[in-house]
Write a protein of this length. Sequence first.
Length: 224
Amino acid sequence: MSTSMHCWRGIILLGGPGSGKGTQATLLAQKLGVAHISTGDLFRQNIKLETPLGKLAKAYIEKGELVPDDVTVSLVQERLKRPDCANGFILDGFPRTIAQADALNRVLADMQLSLTAVLNLRVAPEVLVDRLSRRWTCKSCGAVFPEFSLPPRAGCKKDICDGELYQRPDDRPETQRHRIEVYHEQTAPLEAYYAARGLLIQIDGEGSIESVHQRIIEAVRCKD
Ligand code: AMP
């Protein structure tokens, strides 16, 4: 790894539900030594702990709708102040609307920071639906297992975890299509938004996890 991989970076990963954002954000955050901030994971943790935020978010998430912007922006604003963001961050699942992107600009400007790059993971719609219907998640550690077409019999095998695997309620077929529609209506316009600011990099999100990771590393290296 070159030493240039350690400079400060603020990166956004855009992509539809099932595009591999979470998997790729985890790998990239490890590689760059920056914080991985997934708004979906933050909401799911709050739902599990039954916090007031979790109760509010649950109603939206289970319908495949977006959680309101003000709530989501405050959550991210607080998260960006944590010490693990000192070397930078990968935002996974945020922003999802133009209003969130405008708010993020203001939050970063207040912190005297600016974005390094916005990576858009491009995956064909039929591949997204197929991936979502085969995705199982660990109830304990949140690890994602993309390979099952039927409910898996064994539990989570990530590290020493033995958590129960479940299909996220919002990954079920009836909700999936709605999430993809919401993505096209509310989130896809962010591509033009960030392209106009010279930050957008298109990444082919199809193929193996490792090959997509390599494409992302190359793209990020070019921003040095
Ligand atoms: P994800 O894990 O990124 O697929 O997010 C799961 C769900 O959490 C989404 O379908 C939304 O309901 C909610 N969510 C996550 N991030 C955001 C966001 N930036 N704005 C609004 N809702 C969000």
